[in-house]
Design a binder for this molecule. Sequence first.
Ligand code: NA7
Length: 560
Amino acid sequence: MDEQTKEMHFDALIIGAGFSGLYQLHRLRDHVGLNAAILEQGSGVGGTWYWNRYPGARCDSESQGYCYFFSKKLHQEWQWSERYPGHSEIRRYLNFVADRLNLRTEIFFGTKVCRCTFLTQQNVWHVETEKNKSFYAKWLITGVGCLSSTNVPNIKGLSSFEGNWYHTGQWPRGGVNFKGQRIGQIGTGSTGIQAAPVIAKECKHLTVFQRTANYSIPARNDSWDDDYTQWVRNHFKELKSLVQSTPSGHPFRISSNLTMEVSENERQSIFNDAWLKGGLRFRGVFSDLLTSSKANQQASEFIKSKIQRKISNPETAKILTEIDHPYAAKRPPIDTNYFETFNRDNVALVDLKADPISEIFAKGIRLRSGVEHELDKIVFATGFDAMTGPLIKLNVVGPNGNLKNYWRDGPINYLGLSIPGFPNLFTITGPGSPSVLSNMPVSIEQHVDWITKCIQYCTDKKIDLIEAGEDAAQDWTIHVRETANATLLPKVKHSWYLGANIPGKPRVFMPYAGGLVTYRQICNTIEKKGYSGFKLLKSTGATNIKKIDLQKLRSFALGI
Ligand code: NA7
């Protein structure tokens, strides 16, 4: 390496300045004492929430659980305004955290990573950015999120469309003006279900193109008053212990009752209570909703009947409730007036199962039957190349080859954290970890704490290289699949949990369905056993980590 490259050495580089990256930087810099930095594509902190600014974008986790719990001080200073935090409030929260912990000095904004190569001679990662800048570090940690690689379906004729089109996951920072316009929205997942009611209120006419009907539970969002905020502050310890002791990481318990072991009346009353309370809590009213088809059917029928009653047009109600999968086997959306939106005069529903999109033409969308929908703007609420997509996009190359090739048949790794053949690389909330099946900040804290301890251990013991062993990774990958197969989760046609929404992507259930509590215990046991299943290597040519001038580096990264 020449003089210039030596100057760009870090102990640790973290990719992404969302919940994961910010906390990881804090832990490595402030607790382990490493020279660490974040490389962030956007111009601000927020991660997934930096890009998801579409109308109605809001978290489905309740705000008293959607935050960091590592610092009581931070917790006491922050105040959420609503039951479910909106996208701009989440960005404000992450900016508040970045400021309080003084993290910005170690974040390179506007720095998109395009390649990460492990240099075997030096035992360092070489990270290249879109602006042809290079960074080097012993440790590489990805905090790129699970839902950051957008999926715009390859529909014939999109380039001929004369209006503007947008993907919800890359929403323009200045917003989009829908006033007086005819809007087409493709997609009715969690995002589409949040967006449609808000767009409908703003635009002249909204046409929703639905391929698969979806369940949704009313969110029953509400603003928080000062009493509740005070209650949350006073119960920091209890809330922390609650989110860390539930399988989903959400601030509510899962009932141990079995659906068919209560009377019909009691069952309906339990469902009804949960419907009135709203949100993801519905999933937790019985313990077997995701393991027993019979139990699930009870919940599914209940929800469908509730939805039907909301919609005035029977034909529309039929299209919206012909749902082809068990409740919550796909990511279960929650909504604010989604189904009611179809009672508005300016909203139409198109059933793509009956009449699929044939092409996009200059003036709008044409269906296979020849029916044309003239549109001024198209909104793609068509989801993401989830979990593996953002990691593969980094073009990670280990000593034996690249990640894309290694994962060509689906992700293989150990604990969702470490990949054989990719030393000193950790993937926060990677495939094979509970991640998207859990309340993300809780999973993230667990991962970051584990990674930090592991790096501290390697530093103390002068270990140069650590990576998942092949056998341990194979066993873990099989365990992840078997755990999912014991549930109804893989029984869905188009689920992004399975990668089935992306043409050509291997159909493999990606997140770990064993729950956060079990997962945490497994990780802790592995740590206590001196990182069993990992390969730990000491070499003579230890990486020479040099203190650097951050200001100089930041200018370098930004090309100024
Ligand atoms: P999802 O849940 O993947 O939903 C995408 C939607 O887009 C879904 O309704 C898809 O129908 C539809 N889609 C995708 N491709 C097409 C094409 N080619 N034609 C028509 N319709 C299509 O993504 P979301 O953004 O809603 O949610 C992702 C997560 O973000 C969410 O779970 C939260 O955790 C946050 P399909 O069901 O595949 O038939």
